[in-house]
Design a protein around this ligand. Sequence first.
Ligand SMILES: Cc1ncc(COP(=O)(O)O)c(C=O)c1O
Ligand SMILES: N[C@@H](CCOP(=O)(O)O)C(=O)O
Length: 465
Amino acid sequence: MKYISTRGNAEALTFEDVLLTGLASDGGLYVPESLPRFTLEEIESWRGLSYAKLAFNVMYPFVEGSIPEDEFRTMIEDTYAGFAHNAVAPLTQLDANEWVMELFHGPTLAFKDFALQLLGRLLDYVLTKRNQRAVILGATSGDTGSAAIEGCRRCKNVDIFILHPYQRVSDVQRKQMTTITGDNIHNIAVKGNFDDCQSMVKASFNDQSFLSGKTSLVAVNSINWARIMAQIVYYFSASLALGGPHRSISFSVPTGNFGDIFAGYLARNMGLPINQLVIATNRNDILHRFMSQNRYEVEALEHTLSPSMDIMVSSNFERLLFDLYGRDGQALQGVMDAFKQGSASIDDHRWKNARVLFDSYTVDDEQTCATIKQVFEETEELLDPHTAIGVKSARECRRDAQVPMVTLGTAHPVKFPEAVEKSGVGVAPELPHHMADLFDREERYTVLENDLAAVQAFVQENMNA
Ligand SMILES: Cc1ncc(COP(=O)(O)O)c(C=O)c1O
Ligand SMILES: N[C@@H](CCOP(=O)(O)O)C(=O)O
């Protein structure tokens, strides 16, 4: 399998090389040259498999030729054995034909564990084989950071630098990152927002000269293809549990960087019958504005009760635009240039094509709290604010009540006590056993100005490579 850049002007890479990179040299994102496609019979034959076995079947075509089959199988088995629920991605029913897929049973209680626990193992394997060191540089609005640190901290050959927006992640999220100590783990609180952190990460990938040629950067954000790959699997898992593939399923996905929902789009292109994908956003609704008005335009980033989705510049949207433009990298470059200048829209027929599959909805803090309360009263299920945005959007956008609707439950409510309290449900979720002493653990992080040079100097000074 080869991977090509969305901007059409970079060398094609193998999985192994794509794993060890972030942005392509032309500024684009890597995508597979072509997708594996499964027949309905093939998918049907996976019914009843464990999550790990299903994951192997879905992902192996992407790594074939780079990672030996047995090694990959073992990595996957180890990854999902570390989840606290035997089903790994269990479904909870909210109503007739309405479900939440709980993606928060991994070690850091968010969907990021599905990919980052595996990514850490893949990196360890490839870097050890090559006898190479790498610097992991990532941006987080709260969840990617702890999952990346947890997933990669045992890798022998990496230094990890994670940027989070200062005072803009929940206390639980911050503590999850900053209480994991290790000489090679560095948390940086940037006096800015998530977009600032992410743009510093992207600028650093584009020009790595600040590392003085000692080593190279590896991405843990969803710009890294391996992240998306692992997130495709749970769409197959949910479908098989609900009578797919001989029946179509719809999904509502709490969305920020467009990685998780893009994985659903790929699952569909790989042969899984998916009826509808709902892009569920908070007030940072650039994607909803695009889907409803064909206007792709940055607005001021707001701080909400769903901080993990306080994202304006949505990295993976470029991967969808690439397909909407018939995989024409030059045409896409034009759209991205217009976006950089302030505003972009796409040809009407391409925009209409996107709307065949995707719907979108935006949910404010008040509606988020009201949904947490309503669902709790209806079912005693306590949703986190991001999942609540997914459920509300699913209910507003649903096209066909006969088609099962699955909202991705992207995080555990214990990570977001402020929203849970404001919802008025009158219960407070407890930290799981392995995190019970989280608030007693010592924290270590560095606060830096919103300044690329300052961040790069910090990385330079603190990396071991
Ligand atoms: C809890 C939670 N829900 C939803 C999202 C949005 O996912 P994506 O960025 O893949 O769109 C994030 C962050 O990415 C998150 O941490
Ligand atoms: N919501 C994320 C933001 C980064 O998204 P990613 O999926 O590209 O890593 C977070 O919680 O950090």
